[in-house]
Design a protein around this ligand. Structure first.
Ligand SMILES: Cc1cc2nc3c(=O)[nH]c(=O)nc-3n(C[C@H](O)[C@H](O)[C@H](O)COP(=O)(O)OP(=O)(O)OC[C@H]3O[C@@H](n4cnc5c(N)ncnc54)[C@H](O)[C@@H]3O)c2cc1C
Length: 419
C-alpha cells in the first residue's frame, strides 16, 4: 500500500501497528510475509533515526533466531551475532576474590544450533526494517497514535499529525509504558523493583570463549554476556548490572574512574584488564503485566503486554513469542475468511500467550527476590537449590529448552516453520 498517497483522512488498512521496536517490526514482517494480501503499516512516535542510537545488545534465544531466519532477517544479523556456548551461574558477595560456580549450562539445542546468541539491538532493528521495506510495509516515524475508537467494521486511529486511519486491527507494540494500553482502558499489575539495570559494553584483554556469566550479588544479578570481537579483533562483552536505583544513578552520572573501579570489583580479573567502551546507562526495572491482552480490534504485544526483570534475558524473547502467536492467529483467520479484528479471533492469541507470560513474570520476580539479598539462611537454601539443579541433567535440559524458547505449544515461526 502506498501510505503517503492514501494517508489523508480515513486512509484504510488491514493492520496498523503502533511502535517500530523489535516487536512491532517483527509482527509486521511476519503477517505481511505469510499473507501478502494483508496491507500492514507501522507508526512510531520517535523521530526518524533514533533507533540507530540504541547501543544495547540482547540475548536472543534459539527459537527467536529460527523465527528471524524464517522472516529473512537473520542472514543480515548473523555476521555480528555471538553464539553463547556456555553459561555459568555463581552466588557470591561483591568483593569475593573467588566465586564458586553453582550451575553451568552449555551445548546446543540441535547440532550447530547454540541455545542463544548475543546480537546488537541496532543490527536487529536494521535487519527487520530492511525486510519491512522489501515487503512494502510503510514505517511512518515521528508520529504518535493520539487516540482510537473501535467500531463494528474497523478501528479509527487518530494520529498526532491529524491523519485518521481505519484499520481492521490495531496492534499496540509501543513499549512498557504503553499509551495505547491506557487508551484501551486495560489495567496492569505493576510494581517497581527499586532497582535499575546498568548497561554498557566492556573491552577486555582475553577472549571470553562464548561464555556468559551471571553472578548473583547482594544488590542484584550482574551479567557478563559475550559479544563478537570488534573490527580490529578486540574482545568485548556486554554488561547488564542490577543495582539499587539510587546507587545506579550515582554510578552512571558520577566519575568515570569510580564507575570503572566498581565495575572491576564485580567483573573480576579473569579476562584481564577491562575498559568501558561506551557511556553506561541505567534503566529502571519493574514488573508490568497487562490484565487483558486484547479488546475488539485491538491487541497488545511485547513490552506493552509484559515488562519483566532482565534477570533471565527473556523480555524481548517473550515479545517475539507474542509476534509468532499473533501472526499465526491473524494469518489463519484471514485465510479462513474470518474477521482478523474480531474479539473471538484475538482471544485465541490471548489464551496462547497468557500462561507463558504470567509464568515468566512470576519466575523472574521470584528469582530476583531470592537472589537480590545477602540474608545468610536464604543464601544457603538457594545455593542448595542451584547445586541440586546442577546434579540433575534432565532438569537442566528442561531449563535449557525453556531458555531457548522451545517449550510446549510453540508457534510455528519459532520452530522455523512457515505460517
Ligand atoms: C537493562 C535491560 C536489559 C535487557 N536485556 C534483554 C536481553 O538480553 N534479552 C531480551 O530478550 N530482552 C532484554 N531486555 C528487554 C527488551 O529490551 C525489551 O523486552 C524490548 O526492547 C521490548 O521491545 P518492544 O518492541 O516491545 O518495545 P520497545 O523496544 O520499547 O519499542 C516501543 C516502540 O514504540 C514507540 N512508541 C511509543 N509510544 C508510541 C505511540 N503512542 N505511538 C506510536 N509509537 C509509539 C517507541 O518510539 C518505540 O519505538 C532488556 C531490558 C532492559 C531494561
Amino acid at each position: 500500500m502506498d501510505w503517503q498517497a492514501s494517508s489523508g483522512q480515513g486512509a484504510k488498512i488491514d493492520v496498523l501497528i503502533a511502535g517500530a521496536g523489535y516487536v512491532g517490526l517483527a509482527a509486521a514482517v511476519a503477517m505481511r510475509q505469510a499473507r501478502p494480501a494483508l496491507s500492514v503499516a507501522i507508526v512510531d512516535a520517535a523521530p526518524a533515526g533514533v533507533w540507530q542510537k540504541d547501543g544495547r545488545c540482547s540475548a536472543i534465544a534459539a527459537a527467536a533466531c529460527r523465527m528471524l531466519d524464517r522472516l529473512g532477517a537473520w542472514a543480515e544479523i548473523a555476521p555480528d551475532a555471538q553464539a553463547i556456548t556456555e553459561m555459568i551461574v555463581t552466588d557470591s558477595r561483591t568483593g569475593d576474590p573467588v566465586r564458586p560456580v553453582f550451575l553451568t549450562f552449555g551445548g546446543e539445542i540441535a547440532p550447530g544450533e547454540p541455545f542463544a546468541h548475543m546480537v546488537a539491538n541496532r543490527a536487529l532493528n536494521g535487519a527487520l526494517r530492511h525486510r519491512a521495506g522489501e515487503l512494502g510495509i510503510d514505517i511512518i516515524e515521528g508520529v504518535a497514535v493520539a487516540a482510537f475508537e473501535a467500531g463494528p467494521q474497523h478501528v479509527s486511529v487518530h494520529l498526532a499529525d491529524g491523519v485518521t486511519v481505519d484499520a481492521r486491527l490495531l496492534v499496540a507494540a509501543d513499549g512498557v509504558r504503553s499509551r495505547l494500553r491506557d487508551m484501551a482502558g486495560i489495567k496492569t499489575v505493576h510494581w517497581d523493583y527499586g532497582q535499575s539495570g546498568i548497561v554498557c559494553t566492556v573491552a577486555h584483554e582475553r577472549p571470553h570463549g562464548g561464555r556468559a556469566e551471571e553472578h548473583f550479588l547482594p544488590a542484584g544479578p550482574f551479567a557478563i554476556l559475550p559479544l563478537k570481537p570488534d573490527e580490529k579483533g578486540g574482545n568485548r562483552s556486554s554488561i547488564v548490572w542490577t543495582e539499587r536505583t539510587a546507587d545506579a544513578d550515582r554510578l552512571v552520572d558520577g566519575d568515570e574512574m569510580v564507575f570503572e573501579a566498581e565495575l572491576e570489583r564485580r567483573f573480576g580479573l579473569k579476562l584481564g584488564e577491562i575498559r568501558v567502551e561506551d557511556r553506561p546507562r541505567a534503566w529502571p526495572l519493574g514488573l508490568t503485566l497487562a490484565r487483558d491482552f486484547v479488546k475488539p480490534r485491538f491487541a497488545l504485544a511485547g513490552d506493552a503486554a509484559h515488562g519483566i526483570h532482565p534477570i533471565a534475558g527473556q523480555g524481548l524473547n517473550m515479545g517475539f513469542r507474542d509476534v509468532a502467536a499473533l501472526a499465526e492467529v491473524v494469518v489463519e483467520a484471514d485465510r479462513l475468511g474470518r474477521d482478523i479484528g474480531a474479539l473471538d479471533v484475538l482471544q485465541d492469541y490471548e489464551r496462547w500467550r497468557r500462561f507463558d507470560t504470567v509464568q515468566m513474570g512470576i519466575t523472574t520476580d521470584v528469582l530476583n527476590r531470592m537472589f537480590s539479598n545477602d540474608f545468610g539462611p536464604l543464601r544457603a537454601v538457594r545455593d542448595i537449590g542451584l547445586g541440586l539443579v546442577e546434579r540433575m541433567p534432565r532438569l537442566k535440559d528442561f531449563f535449557i529448552r525453556q531458555a531457548s524458547g522451545l517449550g510446549e505449544a510453540t508457534p510455528r515461526l519459532l520452530k522455523g516453520e512457515p505460517i
